[in-house]
Design a protein around this ligand. Sequence first.
Ligand code: SAH
Length: 357
Amino acid sequence: MMKRLIDKLEKYHQLTKDEYISLIENRNPEISRYLFEKSRNIRELHYGKKVFIRGLIEFTNYCKNDCYYCGIRRSNKNTSRYRLTKEQILDCCKEGYRLGFRTFVLQGGEDSHYNDQVIIDIIKGIKSLYPDCAVTLSIGERSYESYKAYYDAGADRYLLRHETADPIHYKRLHPPSLSLESRKQCLNYLKEIGYQVGSGFMVGSPGQTSEILAEDLLYLQEFRPHMVGIGPFIPHHDTPFFAEPGGTAELTLYIVGLVRLMLPSVLLPATTAIGTIDPVGREKAILAGANVLMPNLSPREVRDKYMLYDNKISTGDEAAECTHSIIESMKLIGYQVVIDRGDFKGDENIIQEVSNV
Ligand code: SAH
């Protein structure tokens, strides 16, 4: 019965809410194995054994928001705050380019110090020095006009997880100033403007049920993002959720597999969070259908300050060390990190791959 649902998802790329709930609630090791075999095959049909890498630059941990799960929330007085200058960011890119990165992801808290002019200046700086690289922004909710201005300045992609597709659950995770409605509005704007857009959510966040997870999957099915970030919720000791249980690697991997069947050519990262709760979590995610890794390129001095959750990995490694170990660990499971922008290609490239066989 469950296998039939997985076959159906593989064939039609969509299921009903009840079918997703059923797949989540009745999963077991045998079903997972069945799913991962398919998700891995589909991933290889589209991307072969290639793994794309993105250099993650965590450029500010100041944030005006107060999300209950996040370690860099405004109310956390125990975080020492930092901001990177344009020059520091360009230094990260220089090192990253040397190491083979062709995408730079600028991620940060919602920090008004980086107004439109500052962000545009940084994007143009990166694009003029590295015209062959993609720039991805992940700086939260801004206006249509701002998003448009960044796009016109050269930004290619934008990551904005929807966090949870259930409005009541959204309220459980966020302060009253934030709403699912405005989050979704931003995602719609980003897509309309022409960005490659990433959405996603945490697995196992407080109050999440199988029904809510099914709603998250339905949202992805409908919105059809180009990228999907999925990681386990991990408690941070200085947040209101300090005593909540974290999400499991097992369920996170299962959801990754389902997303690969639903959106066959999606860019799907093996996230840092899954690597944090399981030492081989990122390898397992690749084997479950993920095709992207996002190593940390932030300067060493600030890495332990961008603590979204406890025990975040590779806070001490040099960018180079960290990248080398990732390349090696991918080789060990038969995958190859490539020097490539790794753009979203849509579903048409599959035809070429198949006719090559
Ligand atoms: N300010 C940006 C970037 C947020 S950080 C934005 O609003 O999009 C990137 C992601 O980290 C978040 O979208 C969230 O899903 C995840 N995250 C934050 N706290 C977390 C935690 N405690 N455990 C796991 N993931 C977390």
